[in-house]
Design a protein around this ligand. Structure first.
Ligand code: C2E
Ligand code: MG
Ligand code: MG
Ligand code: MG
Length: 290
């Protein structure tokens, strides 16, 4: 690394491109490394899930959570999904990884259901997974393996994959709906989606993207967009979840607007299994003391 720094210092003066070339090269090398390492990551136990509560806006209680993947890399330390989901998709590792996520989340859900008033787990699913012809069968196999009720599993997906090929992808969603899992549309409002299609999707939940929540208190336009998404979703019979709620003022606004649930640092960051269990215990104690 000291060599690298010297190399940079030496060439930075002569040629402005070399620094960037170098950085690009390092990034490419890392990317290649991650792509290779990803193939072993599951076997080596390097992947784990964090869980973020989905909190009911009327009661302040949570009965469900979203599972969010993390990678503890031997060399690079903790890596967030933003840095490896793309790589996993391009190298198809996402298929095995996605099954691991779903299976691990279902196993965890069944443990928590046994001991606490807890009902449902949500997993994020990539379009690469959804396009696998075996996807629905895989979901069924996982539900069966863990004896998990289908309605306790929520599948989060983004709008862009649906709109890429609506006819085909709506058929996949209908098959999933037939199994009985819950379907939710993640990051709603950020990609292009056609209103005519939204009404045809067998969706249970709309998740309002964090970018609308961020300024919904100060910016009237964002407030109106949030209000309109909530009304649209409710009119179509969906439940509405707000993502990335960080302040009490945002929470209050969402409650006034009739939003159903929220996630965000205001209540809890994505938590380890142990931290999540503490929250569950707290909630249980509150319930018995009342
Ligand atoms: P997402 O599904 O939209 O998840 C929400 C992201 O926002 C998470 O980032 C979460 O940690 C973060 N977040 C939640 N509340 C707050 C808040 O109040 N403030 C801020 N600043 N951030 C908040 P994370 O865990 O880094 O995940 C990023 C994305 O990676 C996810 O976005 C999802 O698209 C993807 N992802 C995560 N886990 C998986 C997985 O198992 N499979 C697949 N295919 N994608 C995953
Ligand atoms: Mg999500
Ligand atoms: Mg989201
Ligand atoms: Mg998001």
């Amino acid at each position: 690394n000291a060599d690298m720094a010297m190399y940079r210092a030496k060439y930075a003066g002569k040629n402005n491109f070399s620094f960037y070339d170098n950085q690009l090269m390092e990034e490419l090398v890392k990317r290649h490394e991650l792509e290779n390492d990803l193939k072993q990551a599951i076997l080596r136990n390097e992947l784990f899930l964090l869980y973020q509560p989905k909190v009911c806006l009327t009661t302040g209680k949570f009965y469900s959570a979203e599972a969010l993947i993390r990678w503890r890399h031997p060399k690079y330390g903790l890596i967030n999904p933003a840095e490896f989901i793309n790589i996993a998709e391009e190298s198809n590792s996402i298929i095995e990884m996605g099954l691991w996520v779903m299976s691990t989340a279902c196993a965890q859900l069944m443990l928590w259901r046994e001991h606490y008033d807890f009902r449902c787990i949500a997993v994020n699913v990539s379009s690469v997974q959804l396009q696998q012809t075996s996807f629905c069968q895989d979901v069924l196999a996982i539900l069966t393996e863990h004896q998990c009720p289908a309605e306790s599993l929520e599948i989060e997906q983004t709008e862009s994959w649906i709109m890429d090929n609506p006819a085909l992808n709506i058929a996949v969603l209908n098959k999933l709906k037939h199994i009985g899992v819950r379907l939710s549309l993640d990051d709603f409002g950020t990609a292009y989606s056609s209103l005519s299609q939204i009404g045809r999707l067998p969706l249970d939940i709309l998740k309002i993207d964090k970018s609308f929540i961020d300024h919904c208190v100060e910016k009237q336009n964002d407030h109106m967009i949030v209000r309109t998404i909530i009304q649209l979703g409710h009119n179509l019979g969906m439940k509405i979840v707000a993502e990335g709620v960080e302040t009490e003022a945002q929470r209050q606004l969402l409650q006034q607007e009739g939003c159903d649930e929220y996630q965000g640092y205001l209540f809890a960051k994505p938590l380890s299994v142990e931290e999540f269990e503490l929250k569950l215990i707290q909630q249980k104690q509150l319930a018995t003391s009342n």
